[in-house]
Design a binder for this molecule. Structure first.
Ligand code: SF4
Length: 239
């Protein structure tokens, strides 16, 4: 089954009791939030976190980290960042790709922080999403990692797992995030992102999910629908 079909086959979502059971097992088998889970890419500073998130679009973690390091070696505040030219920013962030577009977004982000937020990164989802270049995924990652809120951020891994397992049956990451916020049991909100992320990286891998030994395979909608199908391929990379 290719990725396009993986995302469009209607397999239905788990019932509330099944969802509860899935999270109960995830909480038993997967590590949750840890004391050092601070800030996207280990950056606890909110400004650095939000810039890091912006740079992470369509970039591997290692390349994003290199771009953030190079950029923050030149400037560490919105005011300092705006003193750099587009070319200087673009050169620094080149490792993460789309650097010309991202350089312009960084400048718009810095200007908005200065003009509309008193140089302080907003601590609400709405405030974060009002910043140029910051969508729901970035906002939720900053909320969870940097501001320590009980938010399940939906990145590539979380989206894939939710979609396959049937935790939600939404077709976009943003709708998946909204469905999780509505349907996930309260007790699972704090660590949910971390359980799903680790599960996606260790068991429900993008290319070769370990379905036969997966502790959720009796609940999984994707496994039930595809157990006799040929091996999976996907656009997502296992990392
Ligand atoms: S059974 Fe397979 S597809 Fe379903 S959650 Fe487990 S690893 Fe993922």
């Amino acid at each position: 089954m290719d990725a396009r079909r993986e995302e469009t086959v209607d397999r239905g979502a788990l019932s509330a009791p099944e969802r509860e059971e899935a999270f109960r097992r995830l909480s038993t088998h997967m590590p949750g939030r840890t004391p050092d889970a601070k800030g996207p890419k280990d950056q606890p500073d909110p400004f650095r976190s939000v810039v890091s998130c912006l740079l992470s679009a369509q970039s591997r973690d290692v390349n994003t980290a290199a771009a953030v390091r190079a950029l923050f070696a030149l400037a560490t505040t919105p005011d300092e960042m705006l003193k750099l030219s587009d070319d200087e920013i673009a050169r620094a962030i080149k490792p993460c790709g789309l650097y010309n577009m991202k350089a312009k977004s960084i400048r718009r982000l810095c200007a908005a922080l200065i003009d509309e937020h008193g140089r302080v990164v907003p601590q609400t989802r709405e405030g974060l999403m009002s910043l140029p270049g910051i969508g729901r995924k970035c906002a939720d990652i900053v909320m969870s990692f940097t501001f320590d809120e009980d938010v399940i951020a939906v990145d590539t891994h979380v989206f894939r797992v939710c979609n396959r397992l049937g935790l939600t049956d939404e077709r976009t990451a943003d709708k998946t995030a909204a469905a999780l916020e509505r349907d996930v049991p309260d007790w699972a909100r704090r660590d949910g992102h971390f359980w799903l992320l680790q599960f996606g990286k260790s068991i429900c891998l993008s290319r070769r999910p370990r379905c036969e030994t997966c502790f959720l395979n009796d609940l999984c909608r994707w496994f039930a629908a595809t157990r006799d199908a040929p091996p999976v391929t996907s656009e997502y990379q296992d990392t």
